[in-house]
Ligand binder design. Structure first.
Ligand code: BDR
Ligand code: CA
Length: 332
C-alpha cells in the first residue's frame, strides 16, 4: 500500500525538486500540496507548484494556498536565492484554469480528519502552526511530521545561527515544537547538518542530462540561478538541494542517522529562528524532535536519480565515481 503524504512548501527551486521526487516514487501517494509564503510569496508559490505539476504531467494533484504572511513578523522572501519568479528565473509558462476553493489549513484539517497521512513540511511552519491553532484534533492524527529546517552543529544560512525556514516564521516554528512537546510527539528535523551535504554538482547535473535529457534539461533550467547564488555566497561549485532530502528521509529513514532531543526555537533578536537543541539534557525534558546529523549522500542520489530519471541501480553505476567517498556518510 502507498504511504500518503501532504507536502507543505514554498516553491522554490529545491521545493520543486522535492515535489518531483515525491511524485516519481511509486511508494508514495501525494494527497495534496499546500503552499505557504516563504521563498516566494504564496501566489507565486502556487503558480510554481502548478508549473511543476504540469511538467510532471500530474495536474490531478490538488494545490491549496495557505499563509500569505508569517504569524507575527513581516514577510521576507528568499527570491534573492530562488530567482525573480521563485524558479530560478526560468519563467516557465503560467498554468491557467486550475483553481482551488479551500485554503491550505481547511484542506489539511479535512484530510487529516478523514485519513492517516504524513506531512512533509519544507517551508516555514506557518500553515502547520495555523492548523494546530484551528484544529488540534486533526493535527494529532498526523502519522509523521518531517520538517526541513533548523541546524544543530552546522551554521545558519540566513544568519550565523538560523536556517531560513525557522528564521522566516520563528513564532510558527517555536509554536509547533512546543505543541509537539505537549503532545509527546517528535518532529523529524531535517536540518542544515544533513542537507548541506546534498550538493548537486555540475557533474551530477550533466549526468542527469545524459541519463534523461528531458528531466535533466528541466532541472538545469530551474537550477541555473541557484548555482550562481551558491558561487557568490558560499563559493561552492554546485547547489545545495535541501528539500528533497526530507522526502528521501521519509521514504528511507535508514539514509540518515541522528538522535532524539528536546528542541526550542528562539524568536527574537540576533538568535531569531535558532533551533536550540538540548543535546546534553540540561532541561530534563522529553524529546520533541529527532535531529538528523548524518546522511548517506550516495544513497540519497541513488534514490533521487532512480526515481526522477527512471533508472535502475545498475544503470547508475557511474554515480559511484561522481560523489567523493569523503561525502559518503557525512561527519557528525
Ligand atoms: C530552506 O530554505 C529555502 O530556501 C529552501 O527551500 C529550504 O526549504 C533551506 O534553508
Ligand atoms: Ca523550501
Amino acid at each position: 500500500m502507498k504511504r500518503k503524504i501532504i507536502i507543505d512548501c514554498d516553491p522554490g527551486i529545491d521545493d520543486s525538486l522535492a515535489i518531483m521526487l515525491a511524485l516519481s516514487c511509486e511508494e508514495i501517494e501525494v494527497l495534496g500540496i499546500t503552499i505557504t509564503c516563504g521563498n516566494a510569496p504564496a501566489e507565486m508559490g502556487f503558480a510554481n507548484a502548478k508549473k511543476i505539476l504540469k511538467h510532471m504531467n500530474r495536474l490531478d494533484v490538488p494545490i491549496y494556498i495557505g499563509a500569505r504572511k508569517p504569524l507575527k513578523k513581516p514577510y521576507v522572501s528568499a527570491l534573492d536565492t530562488h530567482g525573480p519568479d521563485g524558479l530560478g528565473g526560468s519563467f516557465l509558462d503560467e498554468v491557467t484554469g486550475y483553481e482551488q476553493s479551500l485554503n491550505a489549513v481547511a484542506f489539511l484539517s479535512q484530510t487529516l480528519r478523514s485519513q492517516r497521512c504524513s506531512l512533509i513540511a519544507i517551508g516555514p511552519l506557518t500553515n502547520i502552526a495555523q492548523l494546530i491553532q484551528t484544529d488540534p484534533t486533526a493535527f494529532q492524527n498526523i502519522e509523521m511530521l518531517v520538517s526541513m529546517g533548523g541546524n544543530y552543529r552546522s551554521h545558519g544560512n540566513c544568519s550565523p545561527v538560523a536556517e531560513y525556514n525557522y528564521w522566516e516564521d520563528p513564532e510558527a516554528a517555536a509554536f509547533v515544537y512546543a505543541e509537539m512537546a505537549k503532545m509527546g510527539k517528535q518532529i523529524h528535523m531535517v536540518g542544515l547538518d544533513v542537507t548541506r551535504q546534498i550538493v548537486l554538482t555540475p557533474d551530477l547535473l550533466s549526468y542527469m542530462e545524459q541519463l534523461n535529457p528531458q528531466q535533466g534539461a528541466f532541472v538545469r533550467k530551474i537550477t541555473r540561478f541557484y548555482y550562481d547564488f551558491h558561487w557568490q555566497w558560499e563559493h561552492l561549485i554546485g547547489c545545495i538541494i535541501n528539500d528533497p532530502l526530507a522526502v528521501a528521509y521519509f521514504l528511507r529513514p535508514q539514509l540518515c542517522d541522528g538522535f532524539a532531543s528536546y528542541v526550542q526555537i528562539e524568536t527574537e533578536s540576533i538568535s531569531r529562528g535558532q533551533s536550540v537543541i538540548d543535546a546534553y539534557d540540561f532541561y530534563r525534558q522529553k524529546a520533541n524532535a529527532f535531529i538528523l546529523t548524518k546522511v548517506d549522500v550516495k544513497g540519497f542520489f541513488m534514490l533521487f536519480f532512480q526515481n526522477l530519471l527512471h533508472k535502475t541501480k545498475a544503470e547508475l553505476s557511474l554515480l559511484e565515481h561522481l560523489i567523493s567517498s569523503k561525502s559518503e556518510r557525512s561527519k557528525e
